[in-house]
Design a protein around this ligand. Structure first.
Ligand SMILES: [Ca+2]
Ligand SMILES: [Ca+2]
Ligand SMILES: [Ca+2]
Length: 172
């Protein structure tokens, strides 16, 4: 039960983000897709209380109230800064644990439970090769400030391609 902590705003972002990723063809990267599937799983774990595969408004309200009760350690109907801090730390720890797992999955090629420098360098997203490929537009082997400036937001765009492009088009 103590695992069911997820703030509503995050949950809404999770749902929106997952929908965008699926619409944009999130299978470009296998692990990207798996990551979004895991986020969806967590969303439904947290909110679909009767496990019928759909999240109702009543379930959102019930989940929220349950979360409040869970965070209200002394049960006085109020959340103190300490209680809020404890809830945030618990959430941050769960998130850190998931990130550690993903890092090991991605980088620990020989499965010995640690990431060597060689494994770290071989990890596609850590190697810097992708950054060089995308930012060194004239291919001279160095990234100039002008090239970086021209590519501003590439990191963000690659993550939220559709919504960002739409915003750029409408100028908002
Ligand atoms: Ca349900
Ligand atoms: Ca309290
Ligand atoms: Ca290793």
């Amino acid at each position: 039960m103590t695992k069911r902590i997820l703030i509503p705003a995050t949950a809404i972002l999770l749902l929106g983000g997952a929908a965008i990723a699926i619409a944009a063809g999130g299978n470009r990267h296998g692990d990207h897709e798996a990551y979004h599937q895991a986020r969806l799983d967590r969303l439904f774990d947290a909110y679909d209380l009767n496990t019928d595969g759909a999240i109702s408004e009543a379930e959102i309200v019930a989940s929220r109230d349950a979360r409040f009760a869970l965070n209200d350690v002394n049960n006085d109907g109020k959340l103190t800064s300490d209680e809020i801090r404890a809830a945030i730390m618990k959430r941050a720890e769960a998130r850190a644990n998931r990130m550690v797992e993903r890092m090991l999955e991605r980088s620990d090629a020989d499965n010995d439970g640690v990431v060597s420098l060689a494994e770290f360098e071989d990890t596609p997203r850590r190697s810097g090769r992708k950054m060089m490929k995308r930012l060194d537009t004239d291919g001279d082997g160095v990234i100039t400030r002008a090239e970086a400036e021209a590519a501003k937001g590439w990191r963000h765009r690659s993550k939220h391609k559709d919504s960002h492009d739409k915003k750029a088009e409408t100028g908002r």
